[in-house]
Write a protein that binds this ligand. Structure first.
Ligand SMILES: [Zn+2]
Length: 399
């Protein structure tokens, strides 16, 4: 498909050049017969010949040679390099863009455009040091704000790939007041650094970084979760509960993610009643399966399995889900076992086998930006590289 696009661009570009040359020749007062450059027309027809013989690579090379570099064709050359990079041939893109840089016809603005493309090519090839040098040069010297911003964003991409979170923060810092969309990634870089600090047993430093993350992005659920974890480690259960409670206001979709920590905090605080009250407030926000199951377990332990079945069945009636059905089957099997009615060929066990198999086969998290799905929660989508876009799946097959 890209070959077709590439060839389309080339043939069109050369045909336009050919046509313009022909029209200019027509306008000339010189009575001599109009004719385009013999070299251009020869290369053009050689290229077409390759195309007709189904030799697209040779056709593309011939068309590129036929297209002179001048101020009118610079954009076409830049676009051609991009197309090569998009189809995985970044080395050819480097050749085209380096060839452009060697031409004196380029203006300062065009020169920077080509340098940005060249940096993208080097990143695609994994030659990070050359990309970094070009990008820092543009970031420091360019008079064009858009070029400086583009260079900084590419540097951020590069530092993220190298997991150099501090460098990403440093290079983005001057931009944060204008480029507000960078605040969410910056909050996650602080979280990444806090994770390193925590692993190196520097918890006060980790805490300071997490608070900075929340200043950058007050909706950063990850920072709240990590602050709650630090509080739990220090035995400050009430603080942990408050931090986790804040998550429902930040992003309700993450309520199922924080439930294990919330349960742990209330359990350590010996406050089952408080946990149940907290779960009921969460149920008012959304009927997530995890909340219904946790409430069912509390009822099971306190009032017995039949009460748990009645309560869980009622709540799942409002918000049916495969996970809820799976839990309800557990309760029914337990009820049968207690009443001595269970037999080895129980139909409930067969149903349970099916719900379990269906659940095991389902992803639990999905990126709301690109649709990537997986079994574990990641803070940066591995597919589209957005931060904080992977969330628990909500609905019949999820929460
Ligand atoms: Zn994604």
């Amino acid at each position: 498909m890209l070959d077709v696009v590439l060839l389309g661009v080339l043939v069109t570009a050369i045909a336009i050049g050919f046509g313009l040359g022909y029209r200019q020749a027509l306008r000339r007062p010189d009575p001599a017969p109009p004719a385009a450059s013999p070299t251009l027309s020869r290369d053009y027809f050689i290229g077409l010949n390759y195309l007709l013989n189904e030799q697209p690579d040779e056709a593309i090379n011939t068309f590129i040679q036929a297209l002179d570099v001048n101020s009118d064709t610079v954009d076409t050359h830049i676009a051609l390099g991009k197309l090569f990079r998009t189809r995985g041939e970044a080395d050819k893109a480097v050749n085209i863009h380096q060839n452009l840089l060697a031409r004196p016809a380029l203006s300062v603005v065009q020169n920077e455009q080509v340098q940005l493309e060249l940096a993208r090519n080097f990143m695609a090839l994994g030659v990070h040091d050359r990309a970094r040098r070009l990008l820092y040069q543009i970031e420091e010297q360019s008079q064009q704000e858009s070029h400086r911003v583009a260079a900084i964003r590419l540097l951020v991409d590069l530092f993220e790939r190298e997991q150099d979170w501090q460098a990403a923060l440093d290079v983005t810092w001057p931009l944060l007041s204008q480029q507000t969309d960078m605040k969410r990634p910056a909050a996650h870089w602080q979280c990444e650094l806090a994770r390193q600090d925590r692993d190196e047993a520097s918890r006060p430093l980790a805490q300071r970084r997490l608070k900075k993350a929340l200043q950058l992005d007050p909706q950063c659920v990850r920072a709240s979760l990590m602050l709650a974890d630090l509080a739990l480690d220090n035995g400050r259960y009430a603080t942990a509960i408050a931090r986790l409670g804040h998550i429902a206001d930040q992003e309700a979709a993450y309520i199922p993610t924080m439930l294990p920590a919330l349960q742990h905090a209330y359990l350590c605080n010996h406050d089952d009643a408080g946990y149940e009250r907290h779960l009921l407030t969460l149920l008012d926000i959304a009927h997530y399966t995890s909340v219904i199951v946790n409430l069912g377990e509390l009822a099971h332990q306190r009032d017995g399995v039949d009460t748990a079945i009645a309560l869980t069945g009622e709540r799942l009636g409002i918000s049916p889900s495969l996970g809820g059905l799976d839990y309800l089957l557990d309760l029914y099997i337990e009820s049968q076992r207690l009443s001595g009615r269970e037999t080895p060929d129980s139909r409930l066990r067969l149903l349970k086998h099916h719900t379990r198999a269906l659940l095991d086969d389902r992803p639990r998290y999905r990126c709301e930006h690109c649709g990537f799905s997986g079994a574990t929660l990641v803070w940066q989508c591995p597919s589209c590289r957005h931060w904080g876009s992977v969330k628990p799946i909500i609905g019949v097959e999820g929460e």
